[in-house]
Design a binder for this molecule. Sequence first.
Ligand code: SF4
Ligand code: SF4
Length: 222
Amino acid sequence: MKRNVSLEEISDGRLYGLNDMVKADCHGCEGCSQCCRGMGNSIILDPLDVYHLTKGLGKEFQELIGTAIELNVVDGVILPNLRMTGAEEACLFLNEEGLCSIHAFRPGICRLFPLGRYYENGSFQYFLQTGECTRPHTKIKVSKWIDTPDLPKNQAFLNTWHYLLNQAEELVNGSEEDEFRKNLNLFLLNTFYVTAYDTESDFYGQFEERLARFRQIVPEPC
Ligand code: SF4
Ligand code: SF4
């Protein structure tokens, strides 16, 4: 989800790489679960998140729709997000102790927080969101904080996915044909989310295969 704010307004004004130290470590949150409540539709899931969720929960994407996941239109494109429920508008995976019950396979946005990604010139860096998490923080290496295996492949996937979504947004928002917008959205949703992943096999290879299929219909922009 794009935010129409300047980096200076929401961050310490710095951009960080994987090897940089950043003041993001909130030491296991120590009983706080603020960012697992009232997040609206902002915890958007990418295909890797859905792979992890379907593998970890042993359920298919469509079984999770309406319970843990909902679909919303983001900048013209239909995407899944974690669903907030109940009087407290809490994530379904927040347990009674205020802990994440799917910590090992939590979505990428949850892994990052309070960091965010800043995309520019075909790649991205990280920024520290200030004012979102009010707990005291200490410094930690970015790569350690995001706690994601296979980082080179992960970074390449995130970049490809971001710019693919950008292209889809431009195509959808640039068209006045409802049928085209609907078909592109359905194609994207089916290709990268609805069609079940083989959770016994590596994600990134499967993503590349799906990307190649997508590119046969929606070529990469020149
Ligand atoms: S707001 Fe900060 S301390 Fe609280 S749950 Fe989120 S990351 Fe943890
Ligand atoms: S998946 Fe876990 S970390 Fe993410 S919002 Fe839900 S409870 Fe919080």
